[in-house]
Ligand binder design. Structure first.
Ligand SMILES: [Zn+2]
Length: 236
């Protein structure tokens, strides 16, 4: 059974890569943004464009590694239960958001809102303390709205075009806070923020080293939050 879960995870990842790409850029095949060569195979095996070697496939490779692992962990955590079906559904939604945010810096409402509905039904099935989930969701929403307001103020102050933090991240935080409940949801989100801080620092250091420093380069915030969610949900 774990092998079957791993294989379905790989298939779901392959399908998600095509689907999210189609939803965002309306392209049936993945096009290299550097040389415009379409990528044909079903699975993305290497992280680089087969034609020019640009690293645009890296998010897809990550999805093809993480999705099978997550599917196996869901099986190990929840077993043969109705909740597992819901868990698989919203994990798929999270991986779709992982891909759209990492590749296009987008967290589409068309994925977040259905995921919220599925999550409410799923958690109602699993937990008798639904109030705790709503509390976790509400506090996460407030915390991330504060981050969002701070980001907007910073943007006006420094006159930068774009900050890392968008309204999509606020909705994502609400979803994560709801599923994990209080206080687990806040813990996972703060760990995600910390993780993103390290990534931002690494980007800045890399910028200084390569002398192309731009400390306000926005980077996608969602993938770090999503990975932190999966760790707290399935491993902690
Ligand atoms: Zn290329």
């Amino acid at each position: 059974m774990p092998l079957l879960m791993a294989f379905s995870g790989l298939l779901v990842a392959a399908a998600l890569i095509r689907l999210t790409n189609f939803l965002v850029v309306r392209n049936k095949s993945l096009l290299c943004p550097y040389c415009q060569t379409p990528y044909k195979g079903l699975f993305v095996l290497k992280g680089l464009c087969p034609s020019c070697g640009a690293p645009y496939l890296i998010p897809y490779v990550m999805a093809e590694i993480f999705t099978p692992v997550i599917f196996v962990l869901i099986w190990q955590n929840f077993g043969f239960a109705i909740y597992s079906a819901f868990a698989l559904l919203y994990s798929t939604a999270f991986m779709a958001l992982f891909l759209t945010d990492m590749s296009y810096k987008l967290i589409p409402d068309a994925v977040v809102y259905p995921a919220m509905v599925i999550a409410i039904i799923g958690e109602a099935l699993r937990s008798s303390e639904l109030g705790n989930h709503f509390l976790g969701g509400a506090l996460s929403l407030l915390l991330f709205l504060a981050f969002y307001a701070f980001g907007q103020a910073f943007m006006r102050w420094k006159k930068v075009e774009e900050v890392a933090f968008g309204m999509g991240d606020v909705k994502l935080a609400l979803l994560i806070g709801f599923i994990l409940g209080y206080p687990e949801g806040l813990r996972a989100l703060l760990a995600g923020v910390l993780f993103n801080g390290f990534v931002a620092l690494a980007i800045i250091v890399k910028g200084i080293v390569s002398k192309r420093l731009s400390p306000f380069t926005p980077f996608p915030y969602g993938p770090g939050l999503i990975l932190s969610f999966f760790i707290f949900w399935l491993l902690v």
